[in-house]
Every structure is written in C-alpha cells, then in structure tokens.
Ligand binder design. Structure first.
Ligand code: NDP
Ligand code: GDR
Length: 373
C-alpha cells in the first residue's frame, strides 16, 4: 500500500524539500497551502502534477492552521499515515510585531491538528511530526544544548513553539499518539526565505556584486548559530516517524559560527575580502580586495555592509549550539552537507538571480526588491 503523508507548510523551505523526498520514496503527498492573491507555490512548482492525471501523487488543499473545521475536513479526506506539521509564522523578529497571530498559528494551530487526529479516531493510524526549534533554548542554560537542556524562550515565536512542543508530548502520553518533536537548529538552503539572515546575506551580497544595490544592512553580527542544510534536516524528519516508538530529538551539526563570519564566508565566495571596523550599531564591513569576475561592481574601499539597529531584537538569542548525539546514536543520522558547501551553493544560486536581474535592468525592466527583515 502506498503511504500517505500530509504536510502543512508545504510551500515553505522545509515543506518543499520534504515533499520532494517523500515523492521519491513513493509516497502520496498531500499539502496544505494558503489562499493568496498571487501564486505562492514557487518552491514546489517543479513537483506540480496535473490534477487530471489518475497517477497524481502530489495533491494540494487550501487551508490554514487558524481554521479548525478546515483542518478536520482535510484530515478526514486524506486519512494520512504521517502528518508533518511544518506550517508556522516562522520569523522570530516578525513575532514581536504579530505576537497574537504567531501564537494562534504556531501554538493553537498545532493543537488544532492534534485534535483533528484525535476526534477523527486517527490516533492509532496517523503519526505526527512537530517542527520544534532550538529557539526553545533562547537564553541558553547549558552548552551545547541537548534534549534534556531546560527551555527559556526569548520571543513570542519561541513561547508559541514551547506550547506546541508540550502539547505534542501531552497527546503522545494522553492518547498514545505516535508524536515526535524534532528540535531543529537553524537550517538553510537556496530556498530559504529572503528575510532570514543567511539568505539575506547571500542575496544582498550578490546584488551588490552585480551593481543592483550598494549596501547590505544587518542587525546583530555577534549572534552565533549552528547552521545546517535543510535537505539533511528533512531526511531526519522522516526518519523520526519510522521508529518503533516516538521520541524527541535535537537535530544540529554541533558547530557554530557568527553572523559576521557568515558574511565573510559569503563575500569570499564572490572573491571579495572584507575587513570589519567599528562596533555595535556603528560597525561596517569594508572591501579590502576583489578577485575573479563575480563582483564586477565592487572595488576596494567600498563599504558594503552596515549595522542598522532597526534589526536588533527586543530580546536576542545570542548563541545556539546543538548536540545531536542522540539522533546519531539512536537513528544513525549524520548531516552530510557542510556549512562551506551550503554557503557556496546559496551564493551560486543567488548570483544567477542577480545576473538575470542585472540583465533585465539593463534592458529597462524594473526589479522589484525589498529585503526588510
Ligand atoms: P518557512 O517560513 O519557509 O515556511 C513556513 C510555511 O508555513 C509556509 O508554507 C507558509 O505558507 C506556511 N504557513 C504560515 N502560516 C500559515 C498558516 N496560518 N496556515 C497554514 N500555513 C501557514 O519555514 P521553514 O520551512 O524554514 O520551517 C518549517 C518549520 O520548521 C516552521 O514551523 C519553523 O518554525 C520550523 N523551524 C525552522 C527552522 C529553520 O531553521 N528553518 C529551525 C527550527 C524550526 P506561505 O508559503 O503561504 O507563507
Ligand atoms: P532565527 O533566524 O531568528 O535564528 O530563527 P534569523 O536568520 O532570522 O536570525 C539569525 C540571527 O541573525 C541575527 N541577525 C539578523 N537576522 C535577520 N533576520 N535579519 C538581519 O538583518 C539580521 N542581522 C543579524 C538575528 O538577530 C539572529 O540572532 C530561525 C527561523 O527559521 C526560526 O523559525 C527557527 O525556529 C530558528 O531559526 C531555529
């Protein structure tokens, strides 16, 4: 029998890689997408299958995690073997601006899905994956962070995800649901949303390299993160649901670098050597040397990165470093893509976009582009 998976957040970074992965494994994949005034399926367009095709294995349903009756209907229709709850208002800084909405989607949305499973009598059939996060550790109380490290959320996003974490544990204990929390540390890719810092950096520097922009404005350059590749992490999401019994796992690389170092690394991919000067809100990065032909618009002496305190958060998560040894020990999982390879891939993809945009601009087309976040 072909297994059926339901993915919330299928149009996001992880949803798109997970859909790809499950389709390759022979699953029938159902995804929930939100109604939008413009197409919002760019990340999964390459997986599109004609709904008139009898062999269609990817099906999309309109829905929203704030709408319980809609979730119950979809769950009843699909009767999934596996549910991956990836949908969320996932931007930490935005959660300070929309805290109530973030709680509604990220915390209560998870409860609505779990209730749908329970009310429909699917508790013994549908396995459940919850996209938990290293942001739960916020103000870190132990280094590195592992499954037993106490939580201390530092944003409305993290507080909402804390509820989602515990309600997942509770449904496992109360109703015997096979439910797992993947406590995933930051993971990135060329499909990362443009307002998360890694992608903001690779996209921003490529635009500068091609003369489409002059300066990239960032927030806290001292923040330290344990960055992995989304492809490695979605593999782990599937693995968690294939065990004899459910459990919660930290997924991380076990290495951390600062935002400043990621800027440096990305610039070097473009042949740009940077020097950082100043501190706090006045810090800047100056071009020292340019080699190769990827950054024709940049010359030594240019200031191409500035700190803008607008991007500081009311409460910051300064440092995150995960210990993935439980996942390695019990599931045999290891990340395969290094930070260097990932950075190189992201810069290469964003350089192609910038080169295309530069060509269009040269022919008089306007390039709409805003990178607030
Ligand atoms: P993205 O922001 O790329 O994707 C989020 C997805 O959720 C999108 O498909 C979005 O739809 C959808 N969504 C947002 N609000 C709603 C809603 N109200 N109802 C239904 N769908 C909604 O996130 P990622 O793919 O990076 O992350 C996946 C999950 O993992 C998230 O829950 C995130 O919080 C969590 N996580 C992510 C980590 C990371 O480093 N990437 C680390 C740890 C946890 P649309 O496309 O229409 O906006
Ligand atoms: P994060 O990711 O908050 O860790 O949440 P993000 O990339 O937004 O920030 C990482 C760190 O970089 C600092 N930073 C900036 N961040 C943004 N977005 N823009 C900037 O200009 C900037 N300058 C510095 C931030 O302050 C922060 O310290 C991500 C999301 O995917 C969550 O959904 C997920 O749960 C966690 O990762 C794990």
């Amino acid at each position: 029998m072909m297994k059926k998976a339901l993915i919330t957040g299928i149009t996001g970074q992880d949803g798109s890689y997970l859909a790809e992965y499950l389709l390759e494994k022979g699953y029938e994949v159902h995804g929930i997408k939100r109604r939008a005034s413009q197409f919002n399926t760019q990340r999964i367009d390459h997986l599109y299958q004609d709904p008139h095709d009898d062999n269609q294995r990817l099906r999309l349903h309109y829905g929203d995690l704030t709408d319980a009756s809609n979730l119950i209907r979809i769950m009843e229709e699909v009767q999934p073997d596996e549910v991956y709850n990836l949908a969320a208002q996932s931007h930490v800084a935005v959660s300070f601006e929309s805290p109530e909405y973030t709680a509604d989607v990220d915390a209560l949305g998870t409860l609505r899905l779990l209730e749908a499973i329970r009310l429909l009598g699917l508790a013994r059939r549908s396995r459940f994956y919850q996209a938990s996060t290293s942001e739960l550790y916020g103000q870190v109380l132990e280094i590195p962070q592992r499954e037993s490290t106490p939580f201390y959320p530092r944003s409305p996003y993290a507080a909402a995800k804390l509820y989602a974490y515990w309600i997942t544990v509770n449904y496992r204990e109360a109703y015997g649901l096979y439910a797992c929390n993947g406590i995933l540390f930051n993971h990135e890719s060329p499909r990362r949303g443009e307002t998360f810092v890694t992608r903001k950096i690779t996209r921003g520097l490529c635009n500068i390299a091609q003369g489409l922009d002059r300066c990239l404005y960032l927030g806290n350059l001292d923040a330290l993160r344990d960055w992995g590749h989304a492809k490695d992490y979605v593999r782990m999401q599937w693995m968690m649901l294939q065990q004899d019994s459910p459990d919660d796992y930290v997924i991380a690389t076990g290495h951390q670098v600062s935002v400043r170092d990621f800027v440096r690394m990305s610039a070097l991919e473009l042949g740009i050597e940077l020097k950082f000067e100043g501190c706090g809100g006045g810090e800047v990065a100056i071009v020292v040397h340019v080699s190769g032909n990827k950054a024709p618009a940049v010359i030594p002496g240019d200031v191409i990165v500035r700190v803008d305190p607008r991007y500081f958060r009311p409460t910051e998560v300064e440092t995150l470093l995960g210990d993935p040894s439980k996942a390695k020990r019990q599931l045999g999982w290891e990340p395969e893509i290094s930070l260097q390879v990932m950075c190189s891939e992201m810069v290469a993809e964003d350089l192609k976009i910038a080169q295309r945009d530069s060509l269009l601009k040269g022919h008089g087309y306007s390039i709409p582009f805003a990178m607030e976040g």
